[in-house]
Design a protein around this ligand. Structure first.
Ligand code: PEP
Ligand code: MG
Length: 887
């Protein structure tokens, strides 16, 4: 129950009451104006989904008693022909799933009670409009009749009468339409629309429970890792009416701007309307505040000017909710004849940029602590901040402007149907999804698009809210667009654009631009720097970058890398000129041939390393010796083969034989890693020389040089490391002798094979053992699971579907399997070499959940791709804070 007299729940009961139910209870408990109601718990949903209708029987007596209490609180009676109580039946899961499940409003109307409603409200027009809304919603949600049937009936009626707008219809009109609607239901179902209000109620409750399993809810749950077992609660709540006339309204408010985080009240409302009208984006809403109105150049008055007293009451309610929940809130409200009612509060969805601004501001305002601020950010979402924007110097041909609903810029081919976006994506092309408005059925297509553009709807429309959550650029309410999706074209003024034409959207300004416009990488905000500074003070793990080129290294430093944890030297050979030299080296049939090619490679490598060292200053740089699965480099095309044959002065036929010899059945487990250096030591020798000569070159300029950490890959046995290390040491001695310069270096190894983890003590023991180890969790996952990195994806899809993996183990570390090997490796390594430096450089280094594991496992650093460095820095701090609070 939540009534003024009795409230059973509170904010922390989200598992039982869903977040909507729990928050309504909390608001009622602290005396905020909430229409009374009651919530049926998620456990009833679980029972219902398992056992069907009979599962509802035991709760019925309690629900009817609660309904009487609500009736009493409202001074009206459910089903009473003179003074009827109407209710909303609303879904509400533990995690918010906006618009994914069903809701039924205005329930409790039939041919008798509608007369009472007309009498009490003094408006037949209102009563019958409400009745037809109820029939339409109930019929489509509960009875499964396409709501288009009703929209068509209404349009026909208006056409026949020559009326343009719903507002032109009288009570008599709505009454006639109600008859049409009921007839349509009877025709579709072969039975009449249910008149008994209790049948209506339980029909609606069952439908809401069932909507937990509708396909869009399932998709949403998969996207957001929401367990299917949770189920939804159902809240039955007295209706209040935003459509009682010009002093009534309904709307949505955020306590801070959800796009930018600016501390300003933000929201939209519709005068004389019900909540469904706002969500549907059918009418373009008005702004709550004057500032908001000016910023979107809205000509309609704001609530602030229209109803100043009500506005200030609403503002103070919003402020108290924010302080209570210590977070930005997203509120649904209704104004009934000038009085404000709160229908819902929840933590507001926000862009990554806004999340940071809000978290930092709330800490400055002492609403929460700095630790809370660090924890408030979804580390993975920082990726969004690194989204491109339009290059300010690029020319812009503005086609039209809509609302800046979700920031970031994107270009792509116009598609008008969600399914087209998916098919384009599967062909590796990018789509901008252009719609009149979007609905939850479009969600997969939205996810497959680079950006969303809608002609209708406000900043809180479906398209806006969902795109923001996905981190996709979105423009909504671009009213000048005339979209004809059947014809596959849209018009803006006199221009016609067709499906497949390129456009660019700027979700930060709302501009729709013709063609493909140059994009630019973003700059990070001062709040971002402040927050990440707090994270840096807290975290223990160091964060390094996987960087192979000077460009990566610069990027990495800019984003706060504390060194390079992995330079994959084979990636230095991907450009056209170098790859041919590399091919010559690999295909050479003897040492002499290889040495000739290596001599060409040496100066390139030396220059690479010199530049890397210059950029990194005295930060550590880990350089991995060549680890190419050879097939990545073998010449394939006839032209490539001819080029290599000429360079090696080898007959083409002989080269082809050589390539065939080198081809492997399973290159991932073949001739790669240290196996190459063991067989062809001259390759390791060239690389070591390039590294050391680069050190000497740096020293000659008087600059500080990093202590290079030379990393031997794919080691399983100590003897492999010893053989390669001997070559490196001998080369160091030679370069020192030749140049007369001394330099420091370390030799370590990657742990990528289960045997290496199990035998870590062999690998690190003694002065000549590995000076550091770095877990290559990509290969370690591949080899521990016996699942090829190259061939995993179809298997992973099946496995995720069957619940074998919760998350892709190549993305988020398998803690108790592969993670156990990491723990064993650290422990056995440190047993013989206390304080042994340990790191991880697989893809998992930028995954927040894996970073938390590596913190707990006691690694010294994680290394990840440059753009994920902020994610790792934040995740590392969050892991420390969570551990401090007991997990
Ligand atoms: C690894 O195996 O985790 C690793 C970092 O090496 P690569 O991805 O280059 O095999
Ligand atoms: Mg590897």
């Amino acid at each position: 129950m939540f009534t003024a007299g009795q409230t059973d729940g509170h904010a922390r009961l989200t598992a039982e009451l869903g977040s909507k139910g729990a928050n309504l209870a909390e608001m009622a408990r602290i005396g905020l104006p909430v229409p009374p109601g009651f919530t049926i718990t998620t456990s009833v949903c679980r029972d219902f989904l398992e056992a069907g209708e009979p599962a509802l029987d035991p709760v019925k007596p309690e629900a009817h008693a609660a309904m009487s209490a609500v009736s009493k609180a409202m001074g009206s009676v459910f089903g009473d022909p003179d003074n009827p109580l109407l209710v909303a039946v609303r879904s509400g899961a533990r995690a918010s799933m906006p618009g994914m499940m069903d809701t039924i409003l205005n329930l409790g109307l039939n041919d008798e009670t509608v007369k009472g409603l007309a009498k009490r409200s003094g408006s037949e027009r209102f009563a019958y409009d409400t009745y037809r809304r109820f029939i339409q919603m109930y019929a489509s949600v509960v009875l499964g009749i396409d709501s288009g049937v009703f929209a068509d009936l209404l349009d026909n009626y208006k056409n026949l009468k020559g009326l343009a707008f719903d507002n032109d219809l009288t009570g008599a009109d709505w009454k006639a339409i109600v008859e049409d609607f009921k007839e349509a239901v009877a025709h579709n179902l072969d039975r009449p629309f249910p008149a008994n209000v209790n049948d209506q109620l339980w029909g609606a409750i069952a439908a809401v429970f069932r909507s937990w399993q509708n396909p869009r809810a399932e998709t949403y749950r998969q996207m957001h890792d929401i367990p299917a077992e949770w189920g939804t609660a159902v809240t039955v709540q007295a209706m209040v009416f935003g459509n009682l006339g010009e002093t009534s309204a309904t709307g949505v408010a955020f306590t801070r701007n959800p796009s930018t985080g600016t501390p300003e009240l933000y929201g939209e409302f519709l005068l004389n309307a019900q909540g469904e009208d706002v969500v549907a984006g059918i009418r373009t809403p008005q702004q709550l505040t004057e500032a908001g109105r000016l910023s979107v150049a809205d000509t309609l008055p704001s609530l602030e000017t229209l109803m100043p007293r009500t506005f200030s009451e609403l503002s103070s309610l919003l402020r108290s909710l924010e302080r209570r929940y210590r977070d930005m809130q997203d509120i649904e409200f209704t104004i009934q004849n000038g009085k404000v009612y709160l229908l819902q509060t929840r933590a507001g969805k926000r862009t990554a940029e806004a999340a940071i601004r809000i978290a930092v501001d709330l800490a400055h305002e002492n609403i929460h602590s700095r630790d809370d601020a660090v924890l408030a950010i979804d580390a993975a979402s920082l990726g969004q901040l690194l989204h491109p924007t339009i290059d300010p110097n690029a020319g812009r041909e503005v086609l039209t402007t809509g609302l800046p609903a979700s920031p970031g810029a994107a270009f792509g081919e116009i598609v008008f149907e969600a399914a087209q976006a998916q098919s384009l994506k599967s062909q590796g092309r990018t789509a901008i999804l252009v719609r009149v408005e979007t609905s939850p059925e479009d969600i997969q297509g939205m996810l497959a698009s680079a950006g969303i553009l809608t002609a209708r709807g406000g900043m809180t429309s479906h398209a806006a809210v969902v795109a923001r959550g996905m981190g996709l650029p979105c423009i909504s309410g671009a009213g000048a667009l005339r979209i004809d999706s059947k014809a596959g074209e849209m018009r803006v003024g006199t221009r016609v654009l067709k499906a497949g034409d390129l456009i660019t959207i700027d979700g930060s300004s709302g501009q729709v631009l013709n063609g493909r416009v140059t994009l630019k990488q973003p700059k990070l905000s001062p709040e971002f720097a402040e927050l990440i500074g707090w994270a840096d003070k807290t975290r223990r793990l160091k964060v390094r970058a996987n960087a192979d080129t000077p460009r990566d290294a610069r990027q990495a430093r800019e984003l706060g890398a504390e060194g390079i944890g992995l330079c994959r030297t084979e990636h230095m050979f991907f450009d056209a000129e170098r790859i041919s030299t590399m091919r010559e080296m690999i295909c050479a049939s003897d040492e002499r041939g290889r040495r000739t090619a290596l001599a060409k490679i040496l100066p390139m490598q030396r220059a690479d390393f010199t530049e890397l060292f210059e950029i990194m200053g005295d930060l550590p740089v880990t350089i991995r010796l060549l680890d190419p699965p050879l097939h990545e480099f073998l010449p394939r095309l006839e032209s490539e083969l001819e080029g290599v044959a000429t360079a090696l002065n080898m007959p083409l036929a002989k080269l082809k034989t050589r390539v065939a010899e080198l081809s492997e059945v399973n290159p991932m487990l073949g001739f790669r890693g240290c196996r190459v250096a063991v067989r062809y030591p001259e390759i390791a020798e060239m690389q070591a020389r390039a590294i050391f000569e680069a050190c000497v070159a740096i020293k000659k300029t008087g600059q500080r040089c990093p202590v290079p950490e030379i990393m031997v890959p794919f080691v399983a046995f100590r003897r492999e490391l010893d053989l390669v290390a001997a070559v490196i040491r001998a080369t160091a001695a030679k370069v020192e002798a030749e140049t007369g310069k001394k330099f420091d270096y370390e030799i370590g190894t990657m742990i990528e094979l289960p045997r290496a983890a199990l035998r870590a003590e062999d690998i690190v023991s003694g002065d000549d053992g590995a000076a550091f180890i770095s877990f290559g969790t990509n290969d370690l996952t591949q080899t521990a699971l016996g699942l090829s990195r190259d061939d995993a994806s179809p298997i992973l899809n099946t496995y995720a579907g069957r619940g074998i993996f919760e998350r892709d183990p190549f993305v988020s570390i398998d803690r108790i399997g592969v993670g156990e090997l990491v723990r064993i490796g650290i422990q056995r390594g440190r047993a013989v070499k206390p304080g042994l430096k340990t790191g991880i450089c697989g893809e998992h280094g930028g995954d927040p959940a894996s970073v938390a594991f590596f913190e707990a496992a006691g690694l010294d650093y994680v290394s990840c791709s440059p753009f994920r460095i902020p994610i790792a820095r934040l995740a590392a701090a969050q892991a420390v804070i969570r551990a401090k609070h007991g997990g």
